[in-house]
Design a protein around this ligand. Structure first.
Ligand SMILES: C[S@@+](CC[C@H](N)C(=O)[O-])C[C@H]1O[C@@H](n2cnc3c(N)ncnc32)[C@H](O)[C@@H]1O
Length: 309
């Protein structure tokens, strides 16, 4: 990882404690339990995943499909009551109530709110709104944000439309999100489109189709797998190909106590960064430090960066 000692002006880094968000936190008892079990989980050998996989069908699926939209969807859709078998429900509770799964669900809530805020903050009385979701996966954050803006009249779009482009390199993710979006009722002002390609390809698709450049770019759950060089490159591509008052909403995982267990036993390898390292990659790509805001979800496992161009 690149040397990040080079100083940049201070950026805003906060931990969100908005009670309205209904974030998942840990009770005192859960903190005590974690205090004892996390160090044990962290020293387990990689092949302990055989045991984890046997104790819960969902844990087995997550391990099998780690990093995919499918695995993330299982984490998002945490519903213990669906498990009839008591023993399996107990293990399902154990695995899906560690800090990492909770933090992924918190990140979804945080990103949803920030997408909604960014849409409402745009001044687009006389033009369409364009949203691009890169590595869109199931598209849940965008769908939840749009569904939470009660009526499109709130956006004061007048004769304009809201275009949302979902881009993912996995055809299965594109198909899944299409199914999810098409399962909702949308007014005629909403226009959804899908691109099955890699992240950096988006400008050519926009140019070739004659689409307006995006006002809002959401890219979450991707940079955790990108090297610094790849992160900087995609940030530059986004910066150069977004509206002059556009907003980028993105995220990264931070170092946390469960990292050895997640990496070795679950087999979910990621690149962990500090908000400062992440902000520096953004500034190298052209974003100004004073226009970057970084917000941790309450467990401080994931942070979300919101940068105005
Ligand atoms: C962990 S999921 C995150 C999905 C979604 N953004 C979310 O937060 O729920 C990662 C997604 O990135 C997609 N992906 C991975 N590498 C990609 C790339 N180079 N370009 C575009 N999509 C990519 C995967 O197919 C997968 O759907």
């Amino acid at each position: 990882m690149r040397d990040t000692r080079q100083t940049i002006p201070p950026i805003s880094i906060v931990t969100d404690n908005d009670h309205g968000q209904k974030y998942e936190k840990n009770s005192f008892l859960k903190k005590m339990i974690n205090f004892f079990i996390i160090p044990i989980l962290n020293i387990l050998p990689a092949n302990f995943n055989v045991v984890v996989r046997k104790t819960s069908k969902d844990a087995n699926e997550v391990i099998k499909t780690a990093t995919s939209h499918h695995a993330i969807e299982i984490l998002y859709n945490y519903h213990p009551q669906k498990i009839k078998n008591r023993v399996e429900r107990f293990f399902y509770y154990i695995w899906f109530n560690l800090n990492n799964p909770k933090a992924v669900r918190n990140r979804l809530k945080l990103v949803t709110r920030e997408v909604k805020t960014a849409i409402q903050g745009l001044d687009r009385k006389n033009s369409d709104i364009n949203i691009l979701s890169i590595a869109s996966g199931s598209a849940r954050a965008i769908a939840d944000a749009l569904l939470s803006i009660e009526t499109i009249e709130h956006l004061d779009l007048k004769d304009n439309n809201l275009h949302v482009t979902f881009l993912d390199k996995s055809p299965q993710a594109c198909g899944y999100s299409k199914h999810l979006i098409e399962g909702e009722r949308w007014g005629e002002k909403y226009n959804f489109r899908w691109i099955n390609d890699t992240a950096s390809s988006f400008p050519s698709h926009f140019v070739n189709n004659g689409w307006d450049i995006p006002d809002i770019v959401e890219m979450v759950g991707l940079l955790d797998y990108f090297t610094d060089e790849q992160v900087e490159k995609i940030f530059s591509t986004i910066y150069e190909n977004m509206a002059s008052d556009g907003v980028l909403i993105t995220a990264n995982i931070a170092d946390n106590k469960e990292r050895p267990f997640v990496t070795r036993v679950i087999g979910w390898k990621m690149i962990y960064r500090t908000p400062e390292q992440f902000a520096q990659l953004m500034t190298h790509a052209g974003f100004k430090p004073e226009q970057i805001r970084i917000v941790y979800e309450p467990l401080k496992v994931h942070f979300v960066a919101i940068a105005k161009k």
